[in-house]
Design a protein around this ligand. Structure first.
Ligand code: HEM
Length: 133
C-alpha cells in the first residue's frame, strides 16, 4: 500500500472513532437525558463521519487501487495536496461548529474540502481508464 493511502486510511479511522463516540453519546443522551448540550454535537458527528471517515476512506483506497501508468500513480503531488486540504477543511469546519465562530469559517472549511476533491480528481481522472488503453 502506498504511503499516502496509509495516511488517508489511518486518518479516516481516527475520524470513525471520533464520529462513533459522538454518535454513542447522542444516543445515550436520547435515552438517559444526560445534558442538553450533547445535542449540539450532531453537526460535528455528521461532518466527521461523512467527510472525515467516508470521503477520506474512499480517497485512500482509490489512490491505492486505481490503474497505474507502469508503476507510477500519476500526479502524486495533487493527491497529497488533496489529503492536506481535506483534513484542514474538516478540522476548520468542526472548529467553526464547536467554537461557534462566524459562518465564514464554516464556508472556508467547505471550500477547502471542495478544493480537496478537485485536487484528488487531478490525480484520479487520468487513471480511470479501461484495461490496456
Ligand atoms: C458511518 C456512520 C454514520 C454516519 C455517516 C452517520 C450520519 C448521521 C447523520 C447524517 C445524522 C443526521 C440524521 C438526521 O438529521 O436525520 C445522524 C444522526 C445521528 N446519529 Fe449518526 N451516523 C453514523 C453512525 C452513527 C453511530 C455508530 C451512532 C451511535 C452509536 C450514531 C448516532 C446518531 C444519533 C443518536 C443521531 C441523532 C438521531 C436523531 O435525530 O434522533 N450514528 N448520523
Amino acid at each position: 500500500m502506498p504511503r499516502l493511502s496509509v495516511w488517508f486510511i489511518r486518518a479516516s479511522l481516527l475520524y470513525l472513532a471520533a464520529g462513533f463516540t459522538l454518535g454513542a453519546l447522542m444516543l445515550a443522551n436520547k435515552g438517559l437525558r444526560l445534558e442538553p448540550f450533547i445535542w449540539r454535537l450532531l453537526p460535528t458527528h455528521i461532518e466527521v463521519l461523512l467527510v472525515g471517515w467516508i470521503v477520506q476512506l474512499a480517497m485512500g483506497v482509490a489512490y491505492w487501487i486505481l490503474p497505474r501508468f507502469q508503476s507510477s500513480r500519476g500526479n502524486t503531488r495533487a493527491a497529497w495536496l488533496a489529503f492536506v486540504l481535506l483534513n484542514c477543511g474538516v478540522l476548520l469546519a468542526v472548529a467553526a461548529i464547536v467554537l461557534d465562530v462566524p459562518a465564514g469559517a464554516t464556508l472556508a472549511g467547505r471550500l477547502l474540502q471542495a478544493s480537496a476533491v478537485a485536487a484528488f480528481a487531478v490525480n484520479a481522472w487520468p487513471r480511470v481508464k479501461p484495461v490496456g488503453v
